[in-house]
Design a protein around this ligand. Structure first.
Ligand code: PFF
Length: 469
């Protein structure tokens, strides 16, 4: 795995100096230029705010190493088979998720209504982007705050100052959406490929710097045992379900992002090996995030289960006290912002690709319109931190939490389960085998077994659990 990552890294540096002259206008023919670009782009989509904060926090409260072990099982039993199915469907059609699902269905003699799975993905992508951008905007703002912390203000007061100001949140939300529109409208090759080649190695280096910082300034031994000492007494049914949900969200499945990136994957690349590498990198970075955060939390006597304020409130106060904190702090928030940006572009790309492919509007107009759409919905999330904080939308959830709930608890699991059901039960096995060219027959049969019986049942279990709990 490390060897793999090293070669990706070296190639990225090399490729980022290459001039790229492939036009991205003809969407049908677009293909990533660099051999490792699919891996970098898909890992960029997968590694996001969810991993860097969500994984360590859940691992910590759900039994440490026991959770990590169950999480790995979920990645292998559910994440990997669905990821392979998404890439396979995307690459064989070389089209956006809506049309890729339609093509796979028609070629298998099924109804074209399967394209609804693609549509669901487009809708949830825009919905997730709307609130993801507000939180990523806070990360951007914290790069400056951590560089120049205001003396005499506690980090909690600082967090309240940031979130109580709609205009401040709106400003950073707008900056983040604008960055997305710029990257996406530059195209698949000149925008996304160039960005991920630059962002992903930067993210990895910054993560290593943060882990080294945790070794020097943190209580590393305690952080290690908090994350890895398996405590099976904490494990119950919810641990399995949480690990499953985390694996699913973390790999960006059920939304069309990976299917869309798969449609740009060169024909000669091996889908099984690349999926394994992406899932491995996603897990590696999540574990490194835990190693970067918890030693600091312990060394400064902070609360590891502090919830959403963990990185903004707890870590900021640690950075203020730490030697060179005004360098390490901004570096950490830059890392979070980079991870969020490379995830966010994959939320916008599937719908932009559809609009471009159907020749409804140009790539730029599609990116602008859909980005603005997400921006407008995001205003509700900005206000849920302040003016609308008491207004409930779904149940007693505020606007941001309602959108989060709708997209993550409904649209994504249903999308993932439908992809599994389609690939396992409705897609002609020959078509899949054809696209998986080079795959060992034993691995293909294992994949078929999992995508047919194991993955959909496990996703359904999580989905039903969320409905009844
Ligand atoms: N995988 C991202 C994270 O862990 O933060 C979130 C995400 C990005 C989910 C893109 C879905 C997606 F399509």
């Amino acid at each position: 795995m490390l060897h793999n990552f090293f070669s990706i890294f070296v190639q990225s540096i090399y490729l980022s100096h290459m001039s790229v002259n492939t036009s991205s206008k003809l969407n049908e023919t677009v293909s990533w230029v660099g051999k490792w670009t699919f891996v970098l782009a898909a890992a960029g989509s997968a590694v996001g705010l969810g991993n860097i904060w969500g994984f360590p926090y859940k691992a910590g409260t759900e039994g440490g190493g026991a959770f990590v072990l169950i999480y790995l099982l979920c990645i292998l039993a559910v994440g990997l088979p669905i990821m392979m199915a998404e890439i396979m469907i995307g690459r064989r059609a070389r089209k956006s998720p809506v049309n890729a699902m339609k093509a796979a269905a028609i070629d298998s003699g099924q109804t074209s209504k399967w394209q609804a799975v693609g549509w669901g993905g487009l809708v949830s992508g825009i919905l997730i982007l709307s609130f993801y951008s507000v939180i990523a905007g806070i990360c951007l703002n914290y790069i400056l705050i951590a560089a120049n912390p205001t003396p005499d203000i506690s980090s909690l007061e600082q967090f309240n100052i940031v979130t109580s100001s709609p205009s401040r949140l709106m400003f950073w939300h707008s900056v983040f959406i604008a960055l997305n529109i710029m990257i996406i409208s530059a195209g698949v090759i000149s925008g996304i490929e160039r960005m991920v080649r630059l962002l992903m190695p930067m993210l990895f280096i910054l993560m290593m710097v943060m882990v080294v910082n945790a070794m020097i300034n943190g209580d590393f031994a305690r952080g290690l045992s908090f994350l890895f000492a398996p405590d099976f007494s904490e494990v119950d049914a919810t641990t399995f379900l949480r690990a499953m949900g985390q694996a699913f969200f973390s790999l960006s499945l059920g939304m069309g992002s990976i299917m869309c990136y798969g449609s740009y994957m060169p024909q000669e690349e091996n889908i099984f090996k690349t999926s394994l590498t992406v899932a491995g990198l996603d897990t590696l970075i999540a574990i490194l995030a835990g190693l970067a955060i918890f030693p600091i939390i312990f060394a400064y006597g902070l609360e590891p289960g502090a919830g959403p304020g963990l990185v903004f409130v707890s870590l900021l106060s640690a950075f203020v006290d730490m030697p060179l904190g005004n360098i390490v702090g901004p570096a950490f928030f830059a890392l979070l912002s980079i991870a969020a940006l490379s995830s966010a572009i994959s939320l916008l790309e599937p719908s932009v690709a559809y609009f471009e492919e159907e020749k409804i509007v140009s790539r730029f107009s599609a990116a602008l319109t859909l980005g603005l759409f997400a921006w407008v919905i995001g205003i509700g999330s900005v206000l849920s931190f302040n003016d609308w904080s008491d207004i409930s939308f779904i149940g007693d959830l505020n606007f941001l939490d309602s959108i989060d709930y709708l997209a993550n608890q409904f649209l994504m699991p249903i999308g993932g389960m439908m992809v599994a059901i389609f690939a396992g039960w409705f897609l002609k096995p020959d078509l899949a085998l054809d696209e998986f060219s080079g795959i060992h027959l034993v691995i293909f049969n294992i994949w078929r077994f999992f995508i047919k019986y194991i993955s959909p049942v496990l996703v359904a279990a999580v989905f039903i659990y969320q409905l009844v709990s």
